[in-house]
Ligand binder design. Structure first.
Ligand SMILES: Nc1nc2c(ncn2[C@@H]2O[C@H](COP(=O)(O)OP(=O)(O)OP(=O)(O)O)[C@@H](O)[C@H]2O)c(=O)[nH]1
Ligand SMILES: [Mg+2]
Length: 596
């Protein structure tokens, strides 16, 4: 394994999760989700990273967590066997994590790149209430080795709210690192919702947990443990097989003299606690379990973690739907305002050409001319009738103007809707701000580019379609001969019919032009039908072309707009795609070592 590989993956994943957390924190009521993302990033930094880096399996990290004033620092003292951690009556006193190193504990475990994320190691001891993104390491004086062996015991700030600011991220950083979490709850507040949700999250994340209930009267310890198991533990996530069971211990309310002497007078509570922690912190298995559970959690909770983006994704879908519905209106407007009214004059010319083509060439020309002369009264009458009946063609405003107008309406619609929804989600805010900061100009530029290339191909398309009215026949002399012969037969039959009807009398002189004109009318009708078919095919084709080359790409451009230009939504999409991939990759890298 190339060390650069896993380092890169670890920092990429931690950064993506960190970015999602930051994004999540900017939205109201997402504290729980941001904490969850912080935990995931911290598992990557503090568990997966050091493991892939080949760090030794010890020291074991034991983190003591719980609600404000629950007795965490007191429990740390029990674990250390010395009253060293600052227990203070002011609830929420401990503000940053402190690592206590028993005399036997190894050092040098904090050098790993990215270790504890943003927390800086203090060089000098400081008071536990120093409220900064720091941690300190204190060596426990004396020479007695701790019964837990090579262990680091972490005293942590409390867990009272999901508001993802202040010291909660510091606590999460250390909880992620821990091989064993000791969760402390005082008798009066042991089912407080937020600390319970927190321990729930840690259990789901695969942490080995010991629960310590504190400060109850001695004689109620058993009853309170029982109650806790029934009311709280039973609602915590079911322990998947292979996971350690969750022991519950009681440390009743102790007199100050006992608090001051954890190894001696409080020994009766200290020993069971050490025993439980010792089982879970067995160096032969504990670290491997920590790593394995962390990776399992990351890969199974991947979907949950990305759930924080669900509102963003829903907003993106709504934006997409809006753009698409405005696009449909654009296309409908093009249809009614342009296509339906546009006659495509080139087709009228094409029809004339088609009729010309059907006339006899060469020697037949004289016959055709004679018929043309015979039809003169009919042409005269028809032109008078047409002038009287046919309305002048509707004024056609031109395709480009219709498209321009429809596009402006499209933009107006999405602008109005974005402003209307601006308060419902940051995406709408982003779009509505965009409308006064260059979005309409950029969109119009893009539209004009699409329109220009469409117009070039469109002129060619109309020409081609009009040409195709006669091109087929011109290239097919056999068919042309058949059609001309057909027309000749029709004309001759009309003359024959006129002579048959009128005999060799003077009315025949009227009947012949009449019948010849009627025959021509039939041919014209056929030609008209044929050309109309071509014309309406061109309309549908133009509609499809506008959709494919103008409105479709324009809609894509608008849909993508919020996720471009380095916006949050662009990063969001990258992170959503990359996080599951990177988790899978890291897991894959760790597996051979976990099996070894
Ligand atoms: N008398 C007595 N006081 C206790 C006992 N356990 C904790 N306390 C006191 O309760 C207060 C809070 O205990 P801590 O151990 O500081 O609690 P914590 O969880 O570390 O509190 P924060 O760090 O402020 O969140 C301190 O004044 C302790 O001395 C106990 O068993 N008996
Ligand atoms: Mg404390």
């Amino acid at each position: 394994m190339d060390p650069a590989d896993h380092r890169q993956l670890v920092s990429l994943l931690a950064a993506d999760l960190g970015w999602l957390e930051e994004h999540c924190r900017r939205q109201p009521a997402m504290g729980r989700e941001s904490a969850q993302l912080r935990l995931a990033a911290a598992l990557v930094r503090n568990v997966a990273g050091p493991f892939l880096e080949g760090q030794p399996d010890t020291p074991m990290h034991v983190a003591v967590v719980g609600g404000a004033g629950a007795g965490k620092s007191t429990v740390v003292n029990l674990l250390l066997g010395a009253a060293i951690a600052e227990a203070n009556p002011q609830a929420g006193y401990t503000r940053h994590p402190t690592a206590y190193l028993p005399p036997s504990a190894s050092s040098g475990w904090s050098g790993h790149l990215g270790f504890l994320g943003p927390l800086r190691k203090l060089d000098q001891p400081a008071r536990a209430d120093l409220d900064e993104d720091v941690y300190q390491v204190r060596r426990v004086p004396g020479s007695d080795p701790n019964p837990l062996g090579d262990v680091v015991i972490w005293d942590c700030p409390d867990m009272t709210t999901w508001a993802a600011t202040g010291y909660l991220p510091r606590l999460i950083e250390v909880a992620a690192l821990a091989d064993v979490v000791v969760y402390v709850a005082s008798d009066e507040r042991y089912n407080d919702a937020v600390p319970t949700e927190f321990v729930n999250l840690l259990i789901r994340a695969g942490k080995a947990v010991v629960i310590v209930l504190t400060k109850m009267p001695d004689d109620r310890a058993a009853e309170i443990i029982d109650h806790f198991e029934r009311e709280v533990l039973s609602r915590l996530p079911k322990n998947p097989t292979g996971r350690p069971a969750i022991p519950v211990l009681a440390v009743p309310h102790l007199p100050p003299s006992h608090l001051a002497d954890p190894a001696g007078k409080s020994g009766v509570y200290r020993i069971p606690l050490l025993n439980q922690v010792m089982v879970l912190a067995d160096p032969a298995v504990a670290r491997r379990r920590t790593v394995q559970h962390a990776l399992e959690y990351l890969s199974t909770a991947g979907g949950d973690l990305l759930d924080v983006a669900r509102r963003d994704l829903a907003a993106m879908d709504a934006w997409k739907a809006l753009v698409q519905s405005a696009r449909e209106e654009f296309e409908a407007r093009y249809q009614t305002e342009f296509l339906n009214g546009e006659g495509f004059r080139r087709f009228d010319e094409a029809r004339e050409r088609l009729l010309d083509l059907l006339e006899l060439p060469g020697a037949g020309r004289a016959f055709a001319m004679t018929l043309w002369v015979l039809r003169a009264p009919y042409r005269g009458l028809r032109s008078i009738a047409e002038k009287a009946l046919v309305r002048p063609p509707a004024v056609n405003v031109g395709e480009a103007r219709v498209l321009d107008g429809a596009f402006r309406a499209w933009l107006d619609k999405v602008r109005a809707e974005a402003i209307h929804r601006a308060d419902t989600h940051p995406l709408w805010k982003h779009v509505s701000t965009g409308f006064s900061a260059g979005l309409p100009e950029a969109a119009t530029d893009h539209f004009q580019t699409l329109l220009r290339s469409y117009q070039v191909s469109s002129a060619e398309e109309i020409d081609g379609a009009a040409r195709s009215v006669t091109a087929g026949l011109e290239k097919n002399p056999a068919a042309l001969v058949v059609l001309r012969a057909g027309k000749l037969v029709l004309d001759v039959a009309a003359i024959g019919l006129a002579i048959w009807a009128g005999g060799w009398e003077w009315p025949t002189l009227i009947l012949i032009p009449l019948f010849v004109s009627a025959a021509h009318q039939v041919v014209e009708l056929g030609a008209r039908q044929y050309v109309e078919g071509k014309r309406s095919a061109l309309r549908s084709r133009k509609k499809a072309t506008v959709s494919q080359t103008v409105s479709g790409p324009m809609a894509d451009w608008l849909v993508r707009w919020p996720a471009t230009g380095g916006s949050a939504y662009e990063k969001l999409q990258v992170a959503l795609r990359r996080v599951p991939e990177t988790i899978a990759h890291l897991k894959h890298m760790a597996e051979p070592r976990l099996r070894a």
